[in-house]
Write a protein that binds this ligand. Sequence first.
Ligand SMILES: Cc1ncc(COP(=O)(O)O)c(C=O)c1O
Length: 350
Amino acid sequence: MTVADANSTRGLVDLRSDTVTRPTAGMRAAMADAEVGDDVYAEDPSVNALEAEVAALFGHEAALFAPTGSMANQIALQLLVPPGEELLCDADAHVVTYEIGAAAAYGGISSRTWTSVGADIDPEVVAGMVRPDGYHAVPTRAIAVEQTHNRGGGGVIPLGTLRDLRRVADDAGLGLHCDGARIWHAHVADGVPLIEYGRLFDTLSVCLSKGLGAPVGSVIVGSAEKMTRARLLRKRMGGGMRQAGVLAAAGRYALAHHVERLAEDHARAARLAEAVAPFGVLAAPVRTNLVPLDLGKAALDAPGLAAAARAEGVLVSVLGPRIARLVTHLDLDDAGVDRAADVLTRILRG
Ligand SMILES: Cc1ncc(COP(=O)(O)O)c(C=O)c1O
């Protein structure tokens, strides 16, 4: 029985997030067979292999395994921005929306945001926000972007925009970080090689536990010097793990088997979007696996829709009073999409 089958027998279609997936049989076998050691001593062969693999994928010298995407982002930000200095990012970025003030709490980092535009970043607007070194204002040290943009409806930042942002960062002597929790989706949607993305950033954090289906884990990517410091910051934040190779093995399996298949998730998201389009899809066209639903014109608000759908075995996220979100992933099959489309459109028609 596949996991998708198991979900349908439980009677649930879970569209809340791509983090709800459970390891496949093949992934569990890889985890069971993993060679392990103590990763705080850097002696876990599976972790070391994962780090080397991910560093090479993005064309960087080194990488570091981290328990979560949030910790990976926060370590990277601390590498780029000293305490009391400034990070620029989108107002809806995960790093300033869902990481519980970590940049300020752990890194003493001051964050300033541009009005949220999802993936449609204007590099000139960002350039205009940069504050120079000096005595009077908080100096800007880094820019962070999110690829794909979660609250921006899974939008993909075009390669040309990223190149322009790199120029803005270089001109002002700033670091450039990518929260690449779903960079795999951007790679599959736009066909941009991961190495092309990699070379544009000083640091990236990439998640193995979102679309790729591993149970746990993210990887920070950067120079060897930065990753030496990242190892210390990870330990300070309590993220030094011991026989983490069982988790790294899941991540390696995910990289080998679950990247190219993301195209299926994108196609299913497009089908869902088409079904709910008459009720308003925010950030259309849907490019990847996230479908933000704008209930501005509907009779039900987002919590109302979520409750009614849950009663029929379909789970959706509430992102705001009138914004719901549907997410496709590894544990969702075509039958699940059909059922969800049926239930949601029936409820929305009233
Ligand atoms: C864009 C983005 N960045 C970072 C994270 C954080 O990942 P984690 O939940 O592993 O901390 C998420 C989680 O959903 C995310 O969507």
